[in-house]
Design a protein. Structure first.
Length: 362
């Protein structure tokens, strides 16, 4: 319910011109998708004494500072305070008042003149997201670093979030420190992922973000971008890039609209990963293309051209975008890494799967 006299939308799916908003299934999907998933959800539920499926309870304890510009605070406004100096990943990730969406092990961090540090207190800046390897996938950080660099070379530097591999103070091993574009000079910027915009319930198994198609996802751009025609082309290029990359996990939460001076715009790309290089990942597209999800081996240029047509892009524009991507992939320095390493090096498989996709798709 908006307060009387309130005129600014807090979300695309919650227009202020409608004062009362209800969701029959419980908490509105916009708020569901602010909460954590996977490892972080279990950790924060235990730390806060909250049931794992209690989205609102988790947000009351950890949602004062979420991704984007919307936070959830108790009615009395009091956020638990801590002076803890966390020495483990679990302790650092369970800071009261802060949470992150997504499955991968991650926590909020900041950088100063001495390096990167966990945002261990609510008053600490949280300008970065630190992402860590999994025990069963020790190359995730390397994979995402390479994939982001490839994205900069193919899509353009401004189209990709900034990130660097570094060590977080007090922690062993490396992390990928991703710079948050929803924070600018300390101010929170409005940011909504496509699952929130399209009002997709998260699902008991957090599978709502896969319940869509790349065509339906484009509706978020068409309806709400301040530069819809430009951003539709950028969105199509990003989807095509993910397909060549081998990202079978490019779901609705991996696309967002970001508030800019002119209004909402397609955000820089993030969570770029070659997943099909890992045998444990699915080999089908995360979202449907032209009516159904597709095995990566069956995705080719005619299918991607059909996707562009389904999005309403002119045929000439589709061809120009795909030709530009093809040429930039061919000249990408990031892909040359795989030619100069031993066959058992992760980078060799990473490069080879992308090169194979490139020949078939573009």
């Amino acid at each position: 319910m908006y307060k009387d006299g309130w005129t600014s939308d807090i979300a695309c799916a919650l227009p202020a011109e409608v004062q009362d908003h209800y969701w029959r299934g419980g908490l509105h999907p916009f708020f569901e998708h602010l909460g954590p998933e996977g490892w972080l959800r279990g950790l924060q539920a235990r730390a806060g004494g909250t049931a794992n499926q209690d989205d609102f309870g988790l947000l009351l304890k950890f949602g004062a500072d979420c991704i984007g510009a919307v936070g959830i605070r108790p009615a009395d406004g009091e956020i638990p305070h801590t002076d803890a100096d966390p020495h483990t990943l679990d302790e650092a990730a369970a800071v009261p008042g802060r949470t992150l969406s997504g499955v991968q092990k991650k926590l909020l961090a900041y950088q100063d003149e001495t390096g990167f540090h966990p945002a261990a207190r609510l008053e600490d800046p949280a300008t970065h997201i630190a992402k860590f390897n999994r025990d069963d996938l020790p190359t995730l950080v390397q994979n995402e670093r390479l994939s982001l660099e490839l994205g900069r070379q193919v899509l353009g530097t401004d189209e990709i979030t900034k990130a660097a591999v570094a060590q977080l103070a007090g922690f062993e091993g490396i992390a990928l420190l991703v710079e948050r574009f929803d924070r600018e000079n300390g101010d929170a910027q409005r940011l909504e992922d496509f699952a929130q915009i399209l009002e997709k319930p998260r699902g008991r198994e957090f599978d709502g973000k896969y319940d869509s198609s790349y065509e339906e996802a484009a509706e978020a751009v068409i309806r709400f971008s301040a530069r819809a025609r430009i951003d539709l082309g950028r969105y199509f290029a990003l989807v095509a890039f993910n397909l060549v990359l081998g990202n079978a996990d490019a779901h609705l939460k991996n696309f967002s609209l970001l508030e800019r001076p002119e209004g909402l715009r397609l955000s820089p790309a993030y969570d770029l990963l070659n997943t099909i290089v890992y045998p444990t990942y699915d080999r089908s597209s995360a979202l449907a293309i032209d009516g159904r999800k597709r095995e990566f081996e069956a995705i080719d240029r005619p299918l991607v051209e059909k996707l562009g047509d389904n999005l309403g892009l002119p045929k000439a524009a589709v061809g120009q975008i795909l030709d530009r991507l093809r040429d930039r992939f061919r000249n990408a320095k990031a892909l040359e890494i795989g030619r100069n390493v031993q066959p058992d090096d992760f980078r060799a498989g990473w490069s080879e799967t992308i090169t194979n996709n490139l020949g078939r798709i573009l």
